[in-house]
Structures are given as structure tokens and as C-alpha cells.
Design a protein around this ligand. Structure first.
Ligand code: FAD
Length: 137
């Protein structure tokens, strides 16, 4: 008989734990206090506007791709790379576009962070290799 596991909370943490445990043969059950799964990964709709209550995009897509492989699940969707990743708009009209490409990012921040590209390259070099470095992210 399968061992039964009860997970409290159906945010990304609970759901991914559940998926992994189920792929290892456990009988997984969830308890959720809200009327929807997803936790912070949800949305609110008001007066025709839609607000993300949490994440809007994957910043480390390879973690998800590797996790799906680990659980033996076929990728349920295809990633689309965004450029810019997102834009930030401040009162008064200032806007910044966030890019993955460092040269483009430097261009976006040129008025407030001179020599951005060289500083960023230095920072990345100093940080060295990240411990997790799989996939396509
Ligand atoms: C504004 C914002 C933007 C973000 N943007 C990004 C992004 O762009 N990319 C990204 O990767 N991450 C982003 N994050 C982070 C990401 O949302 C969180 O890391 C992730 O959703 C957290 O998941 P979790 O399962 O740990 O917690 P939660 O999502 O908080 O899930 C916890 C769940 O447990 C339930 N629960 C709690 N207590 C009980 C109880 N006693 N009984 C039953 N159920 C209970 C809750 O109702 C909830 O469903 C963002 C977060 C926020 C707030």
C-alpha cells in the first residue's frame, strides 16, 4: 500500500513537494485554507484590471525544466524569453526597462549608474560560478 502524505498549503512549495512525492510513489493529499490553489502565485481581478498577486515570470527557468525531468513529467508549456524582462514606472515619468543583456541594461541605467556594464562584469566575476547551473535558463 502507498504511504500517505498530507501537505499543508498549495503554494509553489507545497505543490512541487507533492509532485515530487507523488512521482516517488506516495499517496499525496493537500490541505489548503484558501478556496484556490497556488498561494502567492495567483491573481486578482477588479474593474477590468488584472493584478498578479505574486510571480509574473520565471527568472530561473532551468530549475523548473530540471524539476519536471526529475518528476518524470513532460513539460506542460513552452518558455518564451521576454525582452525586456519587465519595466518599472515611477511617478513623475521615470521608467526603467530591465533586460537580461548587460549592455542593454547599462543603456537603461546610464543616467543613474555610470559605468554600469564594467561594474556588473566585475560583480559577476567576483560572484564566480553559481552552485546550481543546469538547463537552459
Ligand atoms: C509581489 C511578488 C512578486 C513575486 N514575483 C516573483 C517572480 O516574478 N518570479 C518568482 O520566481 N517568484 C516571485 N515571487 C516569489 C514567489 O511568489 C514565492 O516564492 C512563492 O510563490 C512562494 O511559494 P510558497 O509555496 O513558499 O508560499 P505561498 O505561495 O505563500 O503558499 C503557502 C500556501 O499555504 C497556505 N496555508 C498557509 N497556512 C495554512 C494553513 N494553516 N492551513 C492550510 N493552508 C495554509 C496558503 O493559503 C498558501 O496557499 C514573488 C512574490 C511576491 C509576493
Amino acid at each position: 500500500m502507498k504511504k500517505k502524505v498530507i501537505i499543508t498549503g498549495t503554494g509553489l512549495g507545497g505543490l512541487s513537494s507533492g509532485l515530487l512525492l507523488q512521482s516517488k510513489g506516495f499517496d499525496v493529499h493537500f490541505i489548503e485554507k484558501n478556496n484556490l490553489p497556488g498561494g502567492r502565485l495567483n491573481r486578482l481581478e477588479k474593474d477590468g484590471f488584472i493584478f498578479d498577486t505574486g510571480p509574473s515570470f520565471f527568472s530561473m527557468s532551468y530549475v523548473f525544466t530540471d524539476f519536471m525531468k526529475l518528476c518524470g513529467v513532460e513539460m506542460p508549456f513552452r518558455f518564451i524569453e521576454l525582452d525586456p524582462l519587465y519595466s518599472v514606472h515611477f511617478a513623475g515619468g521615470r521608467s526603467y526597462r530591465l533586460h537580461k543583456d548587460i549592455s542593454k541594461l547599462a543603456e537603461s541605467f546610464k543616467d543613474i549608474e555610470p559605468d554600469f556594464e564594467a561594474k556588473m562584469e566585475r560583480y559577476l566575476k567576483k560572484s564566480g560560478h553559481v552552485p546550481y547551473c543546469g538547463g537552459d535558463g
